[in-house]
Design a protein around this ligand. Structure first.
Ligand SMILES: *Cc1c(COP(=O)(O)O)cnc(C)c1O
Length: 340
């Protein structure tokens, strides 16, 4: 049996999703004439209570576009030192926007209003870069799927208003956060100027991200997406997958979370595991006892057909997803129990 727990991006479209893609009505989206893309954008905008939305080929491009529309070259954004926008977007913050990152040491990828308050540069002190944007990530990727406390986000929003800073959410994994908290998408739409959302993670689409924001922000985003080379033609085949996922796959995230909890319990029980980070959604981060050889362990598990990765610095990661079946789950749990 082969079990891939490397990422929740390894999924293939479900049968229903493929059928929705095959039967999509499409047009040229560069002319904004693809009915399936337009319908997805309208649906996602209204779900978040925003005026407009734009479909993108990747979460990276969605974030980079948002950063570009909220900043000017030479300015600074504030984010956690675990941020995807800092670590995993190829240095795009400086390449695309000429902006620097003020990195904060948050808690598993989450930063507080207090920390942000201390990091905002005084606007009239012209020796420092002007702070223009705060970017949060929910759930956090490197932070192991940790979820923000909504009360803290409200404080951050108040601070941003006070200092006239834009507030962006890297919500590539927001669907997971929405599954485990009581807030609605509109609650998030109210607080953030822009939100990026991925459909190729937990929701199981082959491709696709959406940026939501005001009409003005999205008009600007359309221009930036063009500059980045992200205009797609008959993208409705992909948008149809995203719409299908919204309607049929969202509820299944609960199952990914349950399975991640069970993996965490099994790892906790193992004598070779030193610690497991708290599991809030579908990401399990753990470390081995110091007497264990990490690469040997990864290799040994690979021989048994169980794939996962090291994040470096002694952190191992397993991610559950919709193609991780019950049978695979039973097999992994049994294997973990026999590790000792
Ligand atoms: C996956 C992810 C992204 C976007 O990644 P792409 O591979 O470009 O789609 C952005 N932010 C976070 C937190 C992610 O997990």
């Amino acid at each position: 049996m082969e079990v891939n727990l490397i990422s929740d991006t390894v999924t293939k479209p479900s049968k229903g999703m493929l059928e929705a893609m095959f039967s999509a009505v499409v047009g040229d989206d560069v002319f904004k004439e693809d009915p399936s893309v337009n319908a997805l954008e309208e649906e996602v905008a209204s779900l978040f209570g925003k005026e407009a939305a734009l479909f993108f080929p990747s979460g990276t491009m969605t974030n980079q576009t948002a950063i570009k529309i909220h900043t000017q070259p030479g300015q600074q954004l504030i984010c956690d030192n675990y941020s995807h926008i800092f670590h995993y977007e190829g240095g795009g913050v400086s390449f695309n926007s000429g902006v620097s990152c003020r990195l904060l040491q948050g808690n598993r990828g989450r930063i507080s209003a207090e920390l942000i308050g201390e990091a905002i540069n005084t606007p009239d002190f012209y020796h420092s870069p002007k702070t223009a944007l705060v970017s949060l990530e929910n759930t956090t990727n490197m932070g192991g799927g940790a979820v923000y406390d909504f009360v803290e986000i409200k404080k951050i929003k108040a601070l941003c208003d006070q200092h006239q800073l834009a507030l962006h959410l890297d919500g590539a994994r927001l669907w997971n956060a929405l599954e485990v908290t009581s807030e609605s998408p509109t609650d998030y739409g109210t607080l953030f100027d822009t939100i990026s959302l991925c459909f190729s993670k937990g929701l199981g689409c082959p491709v696709g991200s959406v940026l939501v924001g005001s009409k003005e922000a999205i008009e600007e985003a359309l221009r930036i997406r063009k500059v980045f080379g992200g205009g797609m033609r008959q993208a409705g085949y992909l948008a149809a997958a995203a719409t299908y996922a919204l309607h049929h796959h969202r509820a299944d995230l609960k199952e990914d979370h349950n399975k991640a909890k069970a993996l965490s319990d099994a790892l906790e029980a193992s004598t070779i595991v030193q610690s497991v980070a708290p599991v809030e959604t579908n990401i399990v981060i753990f470390s081995l006892n110091p007497d264990q050889n990490e690469s040997e362990f990864i290799y040994k598990m690979k021989q048994k057909g169980i794939l996962f990765i090291s994040l470096g610095k002694g952190k191992l990661r397993m991610v559950t997803h919709r193609d991780y079946t019950d049978a695979q789950h039973d097999y992994v749990l049994t294997t973990l129990t026999q590790l000792n």
